[in-house]
Design a binder for this molecule. Structure first.
Ligand code: NAP
Length: 350
């Protein structure tokens, strides 16, 4: 079969002919229908986000159709449409993202995560994938969903929803998304609207992306980030919940502006890719009774909830626009992904 592979740490992504995967215990063979190519995939392949377990078939998550299941797999059957979340969790902080970078817990990995990555290494940027059963969530009714390619956005919606969920119920609350102009941020805006937020403040730099978000719903307010912490805090808040979905930023100022924008008893959730330390004043956090949370990836219950919101139309997935690519030219696809953000995303349809 055809797949996007990375052979070594210095290698680029290549289109390769590889043997199709065969079933192994705890595994599910999936025909890949569509896979989101994250905007920062090039940075992942170049090693800027941690080590890939090379050689491998790249690709963290997809929507697929189950082709066959190992005898010890019971929650899905051939013909089911499933979402692969990539997250394989052995407990105790030993978690890996199959086909991608990223380790749970301290992020340092362990002898156990090494073994997990040896058994479950290959991802989903391919015609077929062998997925660990724990990474798959069934999407009941998705067989008749009119536009399955759009469902490739579900993993990002699930990650955004898990982050928002960490702040408690959103109904009637004022929510801000920092980095709303990115794909994870756009997913968070859609999710917060569907979850009944009173207002959703979309904060980001890209004015076109902000305009598009403003057009989604009268509850959306926008704030164009200035880079000045005090100005941004005043423009974002006051809010009950702030979700940080920023990419790698040179300073923590936008995240700290989100912290400053919280009301008393507010919650800041970190889900983005900021690699900065946050100086949090002890007395301020205590007196304002704030909560600071982190959230990583998603979980089956959250994915199922998001899918039902999409299926029922409460979450309008037509707002997110897939740009379809095939397997033929991985370099061009990664270039396109890098240029594509906001509510547009690149969907690989092998
Ligand atoms: N916690 C998790 O489970 C999880 C899962 C997936 C991804 N992530 C992380 O989430 C991050 C965002 O992913 P994505 O798919 O949304 O990426 P993306 O589409 O590239 O979005 C990046 C966002 O960061 C903003 N940004 C980048 N540099 C900035 C700067 N210097 N100042 C202010 N804003 C800046 C962009 O703003 P403009 O476009 O307006 O310039 C955009 O809103 C990634 O870095 C990834 O590591 C985390």
């Amino acid at each position: 079969m055809r797949a996007w592979t990375v052979a070594s740490p210095a290698d680029e992504v290549r289109l390769s002919e590889v043997p199709p995967p065969t079933l192994q215990g705890g595994g599910v063979l999936v025909d890949v229908l569509a896979a989101h190519v994250p905007a920062y995939t090039k940075a992942v392949v170049r090693g800027n986000r941690g080590g890939l377990p090379v050689p491998l078939v790249l690709g963290p998550s997809c929507v697929g159709r189950v082709a066959a299941v190992a005898p010890d797999v019971f929650h899905v059957v051939p013909g089911d449409i499933v979402l692969d979340t990539a997250l394989l969790d052995a407990g105790g902080g030993d978690e890996v993202l199959v086909g991608w970078v990223g380790l749970g817990g301290s992020g340092a990995g362990s002898e156990r995560t090494e073994r997990m990555r040896a058994v479950w290494r290959n991802g989903v940027f391919a015609e077929k994938a062998l997925c660990a059963k724990e990474t798959l969530v069934k999407l009941p009714g998705a067989e008749t969903y009119p536009d399955p390619v759009r469902l490739a956005f579900l993993p990002w919606l699930g990650i955004a929803a898990a982050g928002l969920r960490a702040a408690g119920p959103l109904t009637g609350r004022d929510v801000a998304v920092i980095g709303a102009t990115g794909q994870l941020g756009g997913a968070a805006v859609l999710t917060a609207l569907a979850a009944g937020a009173a207002t959703v403040t979309a904060a980001g730099r890209n004015p076109e992306a902000l305009d598009r978000l403003a057009g989604l719903d009268p509850r959306v307010r926008v704030h164009r980030l200035t880079g000045d912490r005090a100005t941004d805090a005043a423009g974002i808040g006051p809010v009950d919940v702030a979700l940080d979905t920023l990419g790698a930023t040179p300073t923590a100022d936008a995240t700290l502006a989100a912290y400053d924008s919280l009301r008393v008893r507010g919650t800041l959730v970190l889900v983005g890719g900021v690699r900065q330390d946050l100086p949090i004043p002890y007395g301020d956090l205590m007196h304002r009774r704030l909560t600071l949370r982190g959230s990583w990836m998603s979980d089956p219950e959250t994915v199922t909830t998001v899918w039902h919101l999409v299926r029922s139309g409460v979450l309008d997935l037509t707002a997110a626009e897939p740009l379809k690519v095939g397997l033929d030219d991985p370099a061009a696809a990664l270039d396109l992904a890098e240029r594509t953000t906001g509510l547009d995303f690149v969907a690989l349809v092998p």
